[in-house]
Design a protein around this ligand. Structure first.
Ligand code: GLY
Length: 383
């Protein structure tokens, strides 16, 4: 069983004088995680912070795995047993799938929390939940479409959003764990269908593709959280980059590496100009100043991962850009101070600009991918 190795002691040796001070960030994350727990009940998880209030969500919200995941990454970074116990407590809230499983996002929920608890403890309690969760996700696959249905929202016929790429990791992970090749095949098929229908010539992606489940044809391509149907919603681009990088790591299929590198080619010039993007790369003048730190955090983590998988010299470019983005997120503008933000870590994310919700706020998934990127960074420093 692979145990989580505390990275901090190794990384601390290398962190002195760097813009990214892993030791200080580890201490901040531990303090914030403990503050956050005080505002939660057995049935709630953090969602965002606005004004001076924490807004929580029930366990069925797609983000319920991220706070346990922040605790797990904080433990990975610092090795504090009190944070390990906290991560186990928070993960324990997610073991009843009837309360947490609503749609495709069961992948996000499980990989941030229960999969990490299983990797750390080897406890079969978590194993059973993961098997059930993967089965539920696989059951959303329609072979005629060649994709998993994201939502059951009656506004659409068979909606598949780019975010769905992230949930495939539950299938590839569980496929290996339980020796069910079909789950990995579903993940590969979904990724290929998405590659064919979601992407434009420049490798930017649409947010949502609605399919006809009778024949698999595309009914409509549109946005939900972006500026326009043909714009590049920033977090969606980051989900795509992360998703294809992860699928290459999980399957070794070369077309996924090619896809991830092509998406990176679209994003790298944009991120050189502005490390933390606007909420949409095509945002109009009146909202161009509105950052999405969550998109930056997802992109930084994905680029660290891609750097470990891609050949030179691209590999070094990805790593340097990931560090550049992470350094930006560690500046006072973005990083909450100890005791601030009700226990969140990063300011200035945008959940749904057109919906007028979660605009310019700390968000739980921004913190999760920030901590994941930081763990990648610390591991590289320790090499
Ligand atoms: N649906 C996930 C997101 O808002 O990025």
């Amino acid at each position: 069983m692979r145990r989580i190795l505390p990275l901090l002691l190794l990384a601390a040796v290398f962190s002195c004088g760097k813009a990214i001070d892993t030791q200080k960030l580890s201490a901040l994350a531990a303090e914030q995680c403990l503050i956050m727990e005080q505002s939660l009940t057995d049935g709630t998880m953090p969602r965002y912070f606005q004004g001076d209030s924490l807004v929580t969500a029930g366990l069925g919200w797609w983000c319920s795995g991220f706070y346990p995941g922040v605790c797990w990454y904080t433990y990975q970074l610092g090795g504090d047993p009190a944070i390990r116990a906290l991560a186990l407590r928070q993960t324990g809230k997610l073991l009843d799938l009837d309360k947490v499983s609503r749609d495709h996002d069961i992948g996000f929920v499980m990989m941030g929390s229960v999969a990490k608890a299983y990797e750390e403890t080897g406890d079969s309690l978590y194993l059973n939940v993961l098997k059930d969760a993967a089965g539920r996700l696989a059951a959303r696959f329609n072979p005629t479409v060649g994709a998993i249905r994201s939502w059951d929202n009656p506004k659409y016929t068979y909606p598949v959003i780019i975010d769905n790429m992230m949930n495939l990791e539950l299938l590839t992970y569980a496929s290996g764990l339980f020796d069910v090749p079909e789950w990995k095949e579903i993940a590969i098929k979904h990724a290929r269908t998405t590659m064919k229908n979601h992407f434009r010539e420049d490798y930017s992606t649409f947010h949502l593709v609605d399919y006809n489940p009778e024949d698999g044809s595309v009914i409509r391509r549109q946005t939900v959280q972006g500026y326009a149907d043909d714009s590049a919603w920033s977090r969606g681009q980051a989900w795509g980059l992360y998703g294809y990088t992860m699928m290459y790591r999980e399957t070794g299929e070369e077309d996924f590496l090619h896809q991830a590198q092509s998406i990176a080619e679209f994003l790298l010039p944009l991120s050189r100009e502005r490390a933390v993007p606007a909420w949409d790369y095509n945002a109009p003048a009146e909202s161009i100043g509105q950052d999405d730190a969550s998109a930056a955090a997802v992109m930084a983590s994905a680029l660290f991962d891609l750097a470990a998988l891609a050949p030179s010299p691209a590999s070094l470019t990805y790593r340097l850009r990931a560090e550049f983005i992470l350094e930006e997120l560690c500046k006072d503008k973005y990083l909450c101070k100890p005791g601030e933000c009700a226990g969140f870590l990063l300011k200035h994310s945008t959940g749904n600009y057109p919906g007028g919700s979660e605009v310019d706020v700390p968000l739980t998934y921004a913190d999760y991918y920030f901590m994941e990127a930081l763990c990648h960074y610390a591991a590289l420093q320790a090499e």
